[in-house]
Ligand binder design. Sequence first.
Ligand SMILES: [Zn+2]
Length: 287
Amino acid sequence: MSREWSNGWTHRRRRFPVVKLILVVLICVLILGVSLLLIYYLIDSKNSKAQGAFASGTSVAENNSEQPDGSEQFTDSEKPSEAAPIVIELPKEHKVDFYVPEHEGIPLILIDPGHGGYDVGANAGSCLEKDINLAIALKTRDQLNRMGYVCVVTREDDSHLYLSDRTNIANDIKADVCVSIHQNFFDQTDITGTETWYGSEDSRDLATFIHKKVVEHAQSKSRSVQEGDYHMVRETMMPSCLIEVGFLSNPEERNNLLSSEYQEKIATGIAEGIDEYLKQSQSNKNS
Ligand SMILES: [Zn+2]
């Protein structure tokens, strides 16, 4: 009896861990399955949000270094932060006819008003970056032409140009200097000031002269002159810089930027900065 009982018990004890093991495996599989479903759901919901943003003409850039290179566009409800700017992805190639006047022996300057057409740039209500960029660019061109340089702009009206069009123009016409004009925008409305970006050491002096003169004439806050990996300064083969004149997100600076008088001061700063740079390069060549 006691042996039979003992055998029966031993038999049950041997079977129990197998059942327990199967149960544990089943529970693990269940937990894994639920976790995978949850992860899939999370990734899927993120993707559909990103696709929604792209469908409305915007997508998140790789990093904030792409923000000022002439391609951000956003509505009031989608204001970008410095960490995650929003840019439009543009096709690489686009043919543009471009006319340059005779300029034998005279430095050729290209001014590029950022954005244009459907790409409005930064905006605060009806105030669009593309319009301010154009107004300042045309004033800068006129001042430089009056100073005796030959200056042309990448666009004279509200037409749209791809970033590659702009740098192709600069390289094709063999401009001696290229300056791209932009306005800044930030979530915090108290941020103001001027930022100037260059792509390599060859362009540092140009950026520094322009920045100094713009800050001096506009009495704006000097934020920084920095090297940055932006299309307009990276893909141009001559000394070039990109100036973010001021912040449209700050009401006072925005009002200044909308006034013709203030735009003229900025233009004077850019023109004098270019003039100073070209005179320095000339005297360096002569010495
Ligand atoms: Zn811009």
